[in-house]
Ligand binder design. Structure first.
Ligand SMILES: [Ca+2]
Ligand SMILES: [Ca+2]
Ligand SMILES: [Ca+2]
Length: 438
């Protein structure tokens, strides 16, 4: 008999599996890891459930609980002050939380495959004032903001065989998400890891979507010279809000024409710098060499074989560059020991003090921390001092000077609220927190 206790224990083991993000058996003392396809990936429990008592390093700031009671929340969007849409990974739900209370019925529940990193993974909401009000085929007038969702769709409630990592566009009408339109259909196999799932809307109003290698290491988009053409894995995709390609970079055929970046092992975070319009991402390594990257059009992150900073003697001809259209770039920051970075957020607010305005915040899942980075004057690199001036945190001690807040439990998302405060989504605590001035 499956009782509540055994269900909970099963749920916790899912949590453990999803958050390990691949701990290899080897130690890692060099910056760059030249990984092999057969690298062992051993389950572990190096993630943070959190204490329920988050801490902000600056004594003038504090964290306050907004809501608790979510099951494995992966991503959120804010419709207004105290008004959240939140995804639950394994239930396949989109919930609305208004003034501290969750609506009794989800706005949407879909069939998701939820094994390991599969599930209901990403959300973005269009700015209603920017959206087109008529669909491209002139058939459907949109009556609410568009809500974009990334999920690993399953065959049926009874059969959780994955049929794709898919991005749909919905309309929000009367607390329901309706009129789904499939925008892009990406692979979900072999899997079950490295589905990515982050969605953000650019200053150009296009969608930017991450997907990892989905446990496959086969295509040119993963720097495999003799691999097949790019198959829709290992990259950052750019599409219009109708799902159309924007401007091809690495190839003309679909899905090559939708790649904005490639060579991406797994990414759970994207954001545009509002001051420059530059895109940045976070990427997870195989137990080491997590990254923060400046993502220019045609960016090649180097996977496979590079994760982290390329070694000094690396032969760049090993990488696929699509006739010179793809350009490899080293990360702007690397954690040698994995932290499992997720959301990257440019903090376009002075509400926490001028010292944080337009800083970059990055969250993690292994420690439940938020890191604070300053950018240089032209905002193409981070300002790093002392032992991280090499752009590499070789030890946890090197990371500590960058910790802005901690003890949140695994963090899967960050958002700026309409009030200018910082909102934190805790997977480990099933909770939303707010960081504000004391
Ligand atoms: Ca990289
Ligand atoms: Ca700052
Ligand atoms: Ca260093």
């Amino acid at each position: 008999m499956i009782g509540p206790l055994s269900f909970r224990s099963g749920a916790v083991s899912i949590l453990i599996v999803v958050l390990i993000l691949n701990i290899p058996a080897v130690t890692h003392s060099v910056y760059a890891q030249i990984a092999s396809v057969d690298e062992p990936e051993i389950p572990g429990s190096n993630f943070s459930e959190g204490t329920g008592a988050p801490n902000v390093t600056n004594p003038n700031l504090r964290a306050e609980l907004v809501f608790k009671g979510l099951e494995f929340p992966t991503n959120m969007a804010m419709l207004g002050l105290d008004d959240f849409l939140v995804l639950e990974k394994s239930k396949g739900t989109v919930n609305r939380i208004v003034n501290g209370a969750m609506l009794p019925e989800p706005l949407l529940q879909v069939n998701v495959a939820s094994e390991v990193e599969r599930g209901m993974l990403g959300i973005a909401v269009s700015n209603a004032t920017n959206q087109t009000s008529v669909d491209s085929d002139n058939s459907t007038a949109a009556s609410g903001p568009y809500v974009f969702l990334f999920y690993t769709e399953a065959v049926s409630p009874q059969d959780d065989t994955p049929i794709g990592n898919r991005v749909y566009r919905y309309e929000l009408v009367d607390n329901k998400l309706v009129n789904p339109k499939l925008l892009i259909d990406l692979p979900a196999i072999p899997g079950p890891r490295h589905n990515g799932g982050s969605i953000t809307i650019g200053p150009d109003n296009n969608l930017y979507v991450t997907i990892g290698d989905v446990d496959g290491h086969t295509t040119e988009a993963q720097n495999i010279h003799d691999g097949g053409t790019p198959d829709g894995t290992g990259g950052i995709f750019r599409i219009t809000q109708d799902g159309e390609p924007v401007q091809s970079i690495i190839g003309e055929q679909s899905p090559s024409n939708k790649y904005f970046a490639y060579g991406v092992r797994n990414s759970f975070g994207l954001d545009f710098d509002p001051l420059t319009g530059n895109l940045w991402d976070t990427e997870n390594g195989a137990g080491s060499n997590d990254e923060i990257n400046l993502v220019e059009p045609g960016f090649n992150s180097g996977w496979l074989p590079i994760q982290g900073k390329a070694p000094a003697d690396f032969d760049y001809q090993e990488l696929v560059n699509f006739g010179g259209k793809g350009v490899y770039r080293d990360p702007e920051f690397t954690w040698v020991d994995t932290v499992g970075p997720t959301k990257v957020l440019f903090f376009d607010s002075d509400k926490l003090g001028n010292e944080y305005e337009n800083d970059m915040f990055v969250a993690d899942v292994h420690f439940g921390r938020i890191y604070d980075f300053n950018l240089n004057e032209n905002r193409t690199a981070l300002v790093l001092e002392g032992p991280v001036v090499d752009k590499v945190a070789d030890t946890d001690a090197e990371v500590e000077q960058l910790v802005f807040a901690s003890e949140f439990g695994a963090i899967t998302d960050l958002q700026i609220g309409p009030d200018g405060n910082l909102y934190v989504l805790s997977f480990g605590q099933g909770a939303i927190y707010k960081i504000l001035r004391s």
